[in-house]
Every structure is written in structure tokens, then in C-alpha cells.
Ligand binder design. Structure first.
Ligand SMILES: [Zn+2]
Length: 269
């Protein structure tokens, strides 16, 4: 590249393209363990690998598991907004790098990457679907096949901004569908569903229902940021360089959690 590298957070001169300067690192709240094994939500105490939050037990999500890279707050919120509204497609690569790290325990079990789609009229207006950009980069970084058009948005839903939990769910209910000719692609496959922000899970939940109705065996959700209830506890504010590497351990727990989840969902009808 001909231009000298600048920080993607504050545009200060830095050493690497697509990186953050030392001043911006602490402003990005990476979501680290301990978190809920199912929802990926930060938890206050560490009870060991595979712990499940009360929220996941009380109201099991339609998707199998979810992970997010950062808290949707401060610099995390700023980066998500810039990618969405700011004509900054260059942010998708570094954001996807953090997502791939956050989803390291899910990726080995996924067959294809599918973005949460925009309605075609909104896409015409905006010309840019941030979820598609992130999904393309996650696919490129992980080597997992990308299926941009496996899912379509058939309802031009109103913006979720300002809506409560129940309103959000109602707003997106039935909004997604899998085109008939795409069903074969999904049948029996585990999908990595990619979106930019996880708020209440209503959007990815509705998208999951459409994917599973079309025959997907599992749906794992990976987003850049997540709206966290309350302020981020200090343990989530860690320097990226200190993050422990995920070594792929815990598959047995993963399988047990999935069986548990499916049994619960089966019992719930
Ligand atoms: Zn900076």
C-alpha cells in the first residue's frame, strides 16, 4: 500500500495497516471468558468451560451458539457505525479478524458462512450491506465457503432502533426466507450466520428459524459487537496481546451442551 498506516480508531500514525494505536487499544472492550457457552454473553464468575447463563436456560435461543468480538460501546460502537454508515469498507477486514478470534471455538463446526441480508430496496438505497462485507472477510480469513444469497429478506422491516425486545421480535418475525433453489446448499449443513451487531438476538433468531426450516442442521451466530446489559466489567477490558489462544479444547463439552440444548428445545415443543 502506498499510504502510511494509520490507526482505524483515531487516524493517528501507526505501524500496521488495519490496526489500532496504543491509545485506542484499551478503548475496545473485547469479550473474553468467562462468558455463557450458548449466548456468548459475559458472565461475572468463571465456573469453568461450558458454563451456561440463566438467560440461556430460561429462554433457549433458536440458534445453537453465539459469539461476538467486542462490546457495542465506546470504540466498538464507533467502528460498527463507521462500517455501516461511513463508507468505510476497509474496516471490515480488521473487524472480521477479531470476529474470527472470538468465534474460534465455533468455526471448526461450521460448513458455510451466510450474512444477515438487507431487503433489496434498502440495499439499493444504501448500496452496502455491512453484514455481507464482514461475512466475506470471515470467509476469506477462515477459508469457509461463503453463501451470500442463501438467505433473503422478504419483508422491508422498519429499523430496530428504539424498539424494545418484544417489538424487535415482532418486527422481524417472518422477515427472512431461503429461496427454494438454495435449499440443497443448506440441507444438513452447519451455518455460521454473520451480522455486525447483536442487540436482543431478534434478528439473528428470525434468520436462524428460516435457515433451520430450510434444512440447516445448526446455526452459529458470529457478530462484531454485542449490546451488553449494563457497563462492561473491568475483566473485559483487556489488551488484545494478552488474549489467550483458543486451542480447540472443550469439544466434549460443546457436544454435551448441544445435546442438552436440543433436548430442552424438544421438550419446549
Ligand atoms: Zn488510535
Amino acid at each position: 500500500m502506498a499510504f502510511p498506516p494509520i490507526c482505524i480508531g483515531c487516524s493517528a500514525a501507526t505501524t500496521l495497516h488495519g490496526g489500532l494505536c496504543p491509545a485506542c487499544w484499551p478503548l475496545l472492550a473485547f469479550i473474553d471468558k468467562p462468558y455463557c457457552f450458548i449466548l456468548g454473553t459475559p458472565m461475572e464468575f468463571d465456573f469453568g468451560e461450558g458454563q451456561v447463563s440463566a438467560a440461556a436456560l430460561a429462554d433457549p435461543p433458536p440458534f445453537d451458539m453465539a459469539r461476538s468480538a467486542v462490546v457495542h460501546h465506546g470504540l466498538g460502537l464507533k467502528l460498527a457505525s463507521r462500517l455501516k454508515y461511513g463508507d468505510r469498507a476497509d474496516l471490515a477486514r480488521p473487524m472480521a479478524q477479531w470476529m474470527v478470534r472470538a468465534g474460534a471455538d465455533l468455526l471448526p463446526f461450521c460448513d458455510l458462512v451466510v450474512p444477515v441480508p438487507l431487503h433489496r430496496l434498502r440495499l439499493l438505497k444504501r448500496r452496502f450491506n455491512q453484514a455481507s462485507e464482514l461475512a466475506a472477510q470471515v470467509s476469506a480469513l477462515s477459508g469457509m465457503p461463503l453463501r451470500q444469497d442463501a438467505l433473503v429478506r422478504r419483508k422491508a422491516t422498519r429499523s430496530q432502533v428504539g424498539l424494545g425486545r418484544a417489538e424487535r421480535a415482532a418486527n422481524v418475525a417472518g422477515a427472512f426466507a431461503v429461496p427454494r433453489r438454495k435449499r440443497a446448499v443448506l440441507k444438513g449443513r452447519a451455518v455460521l450466520l454473520v451480522d455486525d451487531v447483536y442487540t436482543t438476538g431478534a434478528t439473528v433468531g428470525a434468520a436462524t428459524r428460516a435457515l433451520k426450516a430450510a434444512g440447516a442442521s445448526h446455526v452459529f451466530v458470529l457478530t462484531f459487537s454485542r449490546v451488553a446489559a449494563g457497563a462492561a466489567p473491568p475483566h473485559m477490558w483487556q489488551d488484545f496481546s494478552e488474549r489467550p489462544r483458543t486451542d480447540g479444547a472443550g469439544y466434549g463439552l460443546y457436544a454435551a451442551a448441544l445435546r442438552f440444548l436440543h433436548k430442552r428445545k424438544g421438550a419446549a415443543g
